[in-house]
Design a protein. Structure first.
Ligand code: F3S
Length: 754
């Protein structure tokens, strides 16, 4: 089997140190680890020169691509239009998002296999045709599988999922991108990224007690907020970093996505070496060992970090307390000892109804084993478990090993349901059976996101994020404000008992084991495979290229919606039940912006159609405008498009003839996705101008005939009373991105210029 592409790795490590040495010669200074990896992956070595962080766009050549099933459909539909015989770099597809968690792994998997058959068959045949590794349903969650099989120190990868940076735990620059970016890499073209700023994070001390790596990132989220990492790489270092396991580091890097960071990464250390060896990659471990000198920053950087990073954050691990972040946003950081006061003060529902363990963030063997050590205490100390417990193992290798080591049976002894090795409730694929959807209720998860409605679609669910061990403790106690370090619990005989600190093993003592990994390796010579798409399919639809810009001014466009408050990609293109249409642009466009709040009436999915002055669903109004040949505008607040990498959030408005998104600010991946799909992503030069936008306005964008980098555009609002407001808008388009806009999309542009 061709995991993990040893040929590519041999050639990578054969030249890696040499490439870094050349970078050092040109830069003439010590290098951070991120710089070593970034500069060693320039698309064209002739372009080696110092790039300005946060300013210059740079062309890179990533080593591999990973795609999950919900985003792979659109990515591969685009790849199929590129006319290539096979992918240019190693790539993999992971069937993890489309499995509904309901009754348990066996039932749910077989149901998913039949209900998603068409999509799985499509992904499998495209993978075979174009030389892509295929991980079938039940094989595991993309980021856990990548960490176990593909991630390697010093490497660079892109993935069509926002938590791709999980592989940073292994020292990879791993970046979440939209499908169009992935297609650039898959077709061997340069992949463009703005040279990120670098935030150094020095970890000192050691975690202890109930604190876990998850709490490190939950703490940092409280410090930096969901925008704090925008266009930045967080590079961890320090003695404390060495005390964290590779999977713990992956958890920290995973949730760097919640900071809006480009990615996060840890330098290579003994833990990296051990993880590679324990997961059967001794050969790669040996190659990495030989390159170890350049798999971390230069010593001078660590000695004087302020000089080399744009910002340095100090985190003392021994002071970190278990956190419970939420509800509704992952940066609402609360040390568990403060929940007793904060919960009632904010009117949180204090009863925990469900605890959910797993997800790409926290489903390693170490996570399972520490959580199981808490569950075992409930059994041994005769403590009733008050809340429902759900477990999603991260991969078949983890599940098989945890089953062999009686970890899963310990969970089952307290009534936990073991779901498939898949995303499940983390992406809204959860058929939750609850008595009353109107009641405010709390759930605790070891996931990474807690946006309203994300897990179960219920706006009344308050989701909080913690470590797996804290999640289990709170599920046992049935309360949000239970502090396992200080509070007692009543056993079944009415005695007060305490939980001991969790303990767990980083690696299984008998080694990892697995029966069928659920993997089909890429095969040679499969070009004759026919990838059929039924024209009457509801799930898959061939993509038609978007129209090029006709060169005319964008004038007098109605406001489709003025969004108020947070607007993540979940709000723009909801997941859950809509995941099934991820390969069908027309059908999925019916969910456009249905979760966004209309600033004019405070309602969701209820906006004014200016053609007949009635209120309808956002997609219905957009379709009406489109049918009349009218483009429209979306107006939004801060960090628009925060969250996932799903490009549907950009393709849907594009498909429904939205021409411009005018926001106070954008999340990085989404801004790029809008550009790639030929949209105008503009920001208010003065954020106060957001307040000038009225419901019946006609919006014009002036200056497009001279559209150029760093040149502002002008927006006019023609109000219903005949008055006009006029103000400036900023953009971050470079010359190439302006060409994408003119061509109608990046894909159109590259096809026209082949
Ligand atoms: Fe899956 Fe993403 Fe969650 S990969 S487990 S949905 S954060």
């Amino acid at each position: 089997m061709n995991i993990p592409d040893n040929d590519m790795l041999h050639s990578f490590y054969a030249s890696y140190s040499e490439r870094v040495e050349r970078v050092k010669e040109v830069m003439k200074r010590p290098l951070t680890y991120a710089e070593k990896v970034l500069y060693a992956h320039l698309y064209d070595a002739a372009e080696l020169k110092p790039y300005r962080r946060g300013v210059d766009y740079v062309n890179f050549r990533p080593d591999r691509v990973a795609m999950q099933d919900a985003t792979a459909q659109m990515a591969l539909l685009q790849f199929m239009n590129a006319g290539k015989e096979q992918v240019a770099v190693p790539a993999s597809v992971h069937c993890d998002h489309l499995i509904m968690a309901e009754l348990g792994a066996g039932h749910d998997l077989s149901k998913a296999r039949s209900s998603n058959r068409e999509v799985y068959d499509f992904l499998k045949s495209v993978s075979r045709k174009y030389h892509i590794g295929f991980w079938g349903p039940g094989a595991g969650i993309i980021h856990q599988v990548v960490l176990e099989n593909y991630a390697f120190p010093g490497g660079m990868m892109v993935g069509t999922d926002s938590h791709t940076p999980n592989a940073g735990g292994m020292g990879m620059v791993a970046v979440g991108v939209g499908g169009a970016d992935a297609v650039d890499v898959l077709t061997g073209q340069p992949w463009e990224l703005k040279m990120p700023r670098l935030i150094g994070v020095r970890l000192t001390g050691k975690l202890s007690g109930w604190a876990s790596p998850k709490d490190v990132i939950l703490h940092i989220l409280g410090l930096l907020t969901v925008k704090g990492g925008t266009n930045a790489i967080l590079e961890y270092f320090g003695e404390g970093a060495k005390s964290v396991s590779t999977t713990g580091k992956a958890t920290i890097c995973n949730m760097g996505a919640e900071l809006g960071a480009t990615c996060s990464l840890f330098p290579y250390d003994d833990n990296t070496d051990e993880y590679l060896c324990k997961t059967g990659r001794e050969e790669i471990a040996a190659m990495a060992r030989r390159n170890a000198r350049h798999l971390s920053a230069d010593a001078a950087v660590y000695a004087d970090p302020e000089k080399y990073y744009d910002e340095v954050l100090e985190v003392e691990l021994s002071k970190i307390e278990p956190h419970l972040n939420g509800p509704f946003t992952p940066d609402a950081a609360t040390p568990i000892s403060q929940m007793k006061a904060k919960g009632p003060a904010n009117d949180y529902p204090m009863k925990v109804e469900v605890g959910l363990i797993g997800s790409c963030t926290n489903s390693s063997y170490q996570d399972m084993s520490r959580a199981a050590s808490v569950v075992r205490q409930a059994i041994e100390k005769n403590i009733p478990v008050k809340a429902e417990l759900i477990v999603n193992p991260g991969s078949e290798q983890i599940r098989y090993t945890a089953e062999r080591d009686c970890i899963l049976s310990d969970f089952e002894k307290v009534g936990a349901t073991v779901m498939a090795n898949a995303c499940g409730p983390c992406i809204g694929q959860w058929k939750r059976h609850t008595d009353d959807n109107q009641r405010k209720n709390a759930i605790v998860t070891s996931f990474n996101r807690n946006f309203r409605r994300r897990a179960d679609g219920n706006p009344n669910t308050y989701a909080f994020i913690g470590s797996p061990e804290l999640t289990v403790a709170l599920a046992i106690a049935g309360r949000l404000d239970f502090n396992p370090a200080t509070d007692g619990l009543l056993d079944r005989d009415g005695n007060t008992v305490f939980l001991d600190e969790p303990s767990g093993l980083t690696f299984p003592p008998k080694g990892f084991a697995v029966g069928d990994k659920g993997f089909i390796a890429p095969a040679e010579g499969q070009q004759d495979i026919e990838v059929a798409i039924d024209p009457s399919s509801e799930r898959l639809q061939k993509l038609e290229p978007f129209e090029a810009w006709n060169g005319e001014a964008l004038e007098d466009m109605p406001v489709l919606i003025k969004v108020q408050g947070k607007c993540t990609t979940d709000h723009i293109s909801m997941a859950g039940p809509w995941l099934k249409y991820r390969g069908h642009l027309q059908n999925i466009s019916d969910n456009l912006l249905m979760g966004a709040v209309n600033a004019f009436n405070g309602e969701t999915d209820y906006v004014k159609d200016q053609l007949d002055a009635t209120y309808k669903k956002v997609s219905t109004v957009a379709k009406d405008y489109k049918a009349h040949g009218i483009g429209s505008v979306v107006v939004a607040e801060e960090n628009y498009g925060e969250g996932s990498s799903r490009e549907h959030a950009a393709m849907e408005p594009r498909y429904l003839n939205v021409k411009v998104v005018l926001a106070k600010s954008f999340a990085r991946i989404h801004e790029t996705n809008l550009k790639k799909q030929g949209m105008l992503a503009l920001t208010f030069a003065d954020k106060a101008d957001y307040d000038k936008v009225q419901e019946d306005d006609k919006v014009s964008v002036l200056g497009l005939e001279h559209f150029a980098p760093n040149e502002q555009l002008v927006i006019t609002l023609r109000h219903a009373d005949g008055t006009v407001d006029r103000f400036k808008a900023n953009h971050t388009y470079n010359e190439l991105q302006i060409e994408w806009f003119k061509a109608g999309s990046a894909l159109n542009y590259s096809k026209n210029n082949r």
